[in-house]
Write a protein that binds this ligand. Structure first.
Ligand code: ATP
Ligand code: MG
Length: 200
């Protein structure tokens, strides 16, 4: 479609939570995105092998979390490609698939502050716009000196209602048998409990 504005929300989503959803919705609204595509990682390079929950569990939890939003969808692209997945390859593939679309890669503050450690950061920053959502504990004022000239054009900071929720914390809670209520959508909470995820 011509001139479509598409958000790409990459992540491990182990599990997906309201921090991810608030970020994606704020980006959609502010940048008038026609859709936001959630892309759960296949095998993320920054996470230790064997430490990440099976793709299909993560994929289904994202699906459960996004079905109620007509603008949101979930993609299996990183899983289908196989092997270790890099954002640059994912963005290239979306570029191929949606030739005339404007692409917005949505991240949280922690992720954007690490972007120089990703594969081919300069190319990545030149290929699509980055939206960096505020996240408790991370200071985006460092971005300017970190990215220099790239910062101005390539990265836009997005103020969101700050939610101090992380998947790691949710995994610890689930392991300890603590409540996940109001931190993840209810269907995701039920899915985690029913499948006994994060108990070991
Ligand atoms: P983990 O604790 O396992 O690293 P996470 O909560 O950081 O999990 P990820 O799947 O690593 O979740 O993050 C996917 C994307 O969502 C990243 O760009 C991250 O910065 C962003 N993100 C995650 N949680 C929040 C939050 N609470 N507020 C803003 N952005 C967030
Ligand atoms: Mg993270």
């Amino acid at each position: 479609m011509n001139g479509e504005r598409i958000g790409i929300m990459g992540g491990t989503f182990d599990p997906i939570h309201y921090g991810h959803l608030v970020t994606a919705e704020a980006a959609r609204e502010k940048y008038q995105l026609q859709r936001v595509i959630f892309v759960p990682s296949g095998h993320p390079p920054h996470k230790e092998a064997g430490m990440v929950t099976d793709f299909w569990h993560r994929y289904l939890m994202v699906l459960l979390a996004v079905v109620s939003n007509p603008y949101f969808e979930v993609s299996r692209l990183e899983y289908d490609r196989g092997g270790v997945t890099y954002t640059i390859d994912t963005v290239r593939e979306f570029r191929q698939r949606y030739k005339s679309a404007e692409l917005f890669f949505i991240t949280g503050a922690d992720a954007i502050l690490e972007i120089l450690t990703w594969k081919r950061p300069e190319e990545l920053l030149a290929m699509c716009r980055f939206i960096a959502a505020t996240r408790p504990g991370y200071d985006l004022r460092q971005l300017n000196s970190l990215l220099g000239e790239f910062f101005q054009g390539a990265v836009s900071v997005l103020e969101i209602p700050m939610l101090n929720i992380s998947s790691s914390n949710l995994r610890h809670r689930a392991k300890a048998g603590r409540s996940l209520k109001y931190l993840v959508p209810e269907p995701v909470e039920f899915y985690i409990l029913q499948n006994g995820l994060y108990r070991e």
